[in-house]
Design a protein around this ligand. Structure first.
Ligand SMILES: [Zn+2]
Length: 287
């Protein structure tokens, strides 16, 4: 059964660890992420972008697949199904499709409009017992066409959004989606401290978690980051393992072309990556 991310966020913030939020792309991803979380006895957030939701033939299908894998694999750790970078309409669609959590990304809207729409969705989520993530300021890189420049959020705006009754807040601290460029100066801990001093115990979300050095991630967790999004690193691990299988000619040996064989090394690589991240984030055995 899906749960909202409310309790896991509170526990993570209080316990100084972070919940991994892993983006799903297909059935293999869903199976691998949930298996890894169960093996690590870690609460987990699985999430899709609106683009991935479309790719998986709709949010309803995503919710069904996740629920069915939870049942089939006897997953007992808390699992929240979350929309990543939702539009207002996308959020509504996911609420209807049975998600247990949403992110409304109003960071590209005029601030007052971000506040108004976030407030409206907070009320709906409150009524449904769902968790909601909001965002202030643009985060750099690209995620399904969402482009930013690695900006930092304004702590006063963070405070205003945090006070709307959201569950968790995404705020730019120099992080970037996708692969980090050469010469990236690192996370802005000064900005994170400034935000934390305004928002208190509000759990903060680190987007673009792929490729930030582990020590830097752990430092961010100490300063209030309680949810970390991971997408690119699992994709790269999957592609690398699949490439190795094909380059070794295994798809041309026997029935090596069978997708259950062809996709197995990539799936195993996702399991390993998710387990590794859970250890870095400190959420193992917190279920
Ligand atoms: Zn993001």
């Amino acid at each position: 059964m899906l749960v909202s991310a409310k309790q896991m966020m509170k526990d993570a913030r209080a316990g100084h660890y972070a919940i991994g939020a892993f983006n799903l792309n297909n059935l293999e991803w869903t199976k691998a992420v949930l298996q890894a979380a169960q093996e690590k006895n870690a609460p987990v957030i699985v999430q899709v972008s609106e683009g991935a939701g479309k790719y998986m033939d709709g949010f309803k299908n995503v919710a069904d697949i996740v629920n069915n894998v939870i049942a089939y694999q006897n997953i007992t750790v808390p699992v929240a199904l979350h929309l990543d970078h939702g539009t207002y309409d996308g959020c509504k669609a996911c609420i209807d499709a049975g998600f247990s959590s949403i992110m409304f990304d109003g960071s590209s809207l005029p601030f007052e409009e971000n506040v108004a729409k976030t407030k409206e969705l907070v009320a709906i989520c409150e009524e449904k017992g769902m968790s909601i993530e909001a965002e202030v300021g643009a985060i750099g890189g690209e995620e399904d066409g969402v482009v930013g420049m690695g900006e930092c959020a304004d702590p006063d705006e963070c405070k205003k959004i945090a006070d709307l009754g959201i569950t968790m807040l995404a705020a730019g601290i120099g992080n970037i989606h996708g692969v980090y460029p050469e010469g990236w100066p690192g996370l802005r801990f000064d900005v994170l401290e400034a935000i934390k001093s305004k928002v208190g115990e509000m759990p903060l979300v680190l987007h673009g978690g792929s490729g930030i050095p582990d020590e830097m991630v752990q430092q961010a967790i100490k300063l209030g980051i309680s949810k970390i999004n991971v997408n690119t690193e699992c994709q790269i691990a999957f592609a690398k393992a699949t490439r190795a299988y094909i380059e070794a000619g295994k798809d041309q040996a026997g029935k090596g072309f069978d997708p259950r064989k062809l996709l197995a090394p990539g799936s195993a690589a996702i399991v390993d990556m998710v387990k590794y991240k859970i250890d870095v984030f400190g959420s193992a055995n917190k279920a």
